[in-house]
Design a protein around this ligand. Structure first.
Ligand SMILES: [Zn+2]
Length: 141
């Protein structure tokens, strides 16, 4: 099983050890206490193909009915995460990050997003995000 093998490996989010980084969140042994920790665990879930986790941490107001981390994602690889900023105000938070993705063929691409999160019943949820281009200019949604 891929999941078992990855236990002692570096965490996709950049942590030294998956078993003490994002895994406790993926297995629901722990709940992320900050929006940044949740964001990192969602990135790792994307990298590991854990679509149920991605959906369960998506706010009910914006959550898609289903999420298919499909074949094109399986063929490529998320290769890095860099968190640029994190701010929290009461039950709202924003995290700005750059995630890099290497498709099976072609050049790597970069996702620059400022995500919004909300704290509800003691848990952080992803709400939505604004995307930026490679020059850091906000893209029209
Ligand atoms: Zn991690």
């Amino acid at each position: 099983m891929r999941k078992k093998e990855s236990v002692d490996n570096p965490c996709p989010c950049g942590g030294a050890n998956y078993s003490v980084c994002c895994r406790p969140f993926h297995t629901a042994e722990q709940t992320p206490t900050t929006a940044e920790a949740l964001m990192r665990s969602r990135y790792s879930a994307y990298a590991l193909g854990l679509s149920a986790y991605v959906l369960s941490t998506w706010h009910s107001s914006t959550r898609p009915a289903r999420l298919d981390l499909g074949p094109e994602l399986a063929q490529g690889k998320w290769i890095g995460l860099s968190v640029k900023s994190h701010s929290t105000s009461g039950t709202a938070a924003t995290v700005e990050f750059v995630a890099r993705y290497k498709p099976a063929a072609g050049p790597a691409s970069r996702l620059h997003e400022r995500s919004r999160f909300v704290l509800e019943n003691g848990s952080w949820f992803y709400v939505d995000g604004e995307l930026f281009d490679s020059q850091g200019v906000k893209l029209a949604s």
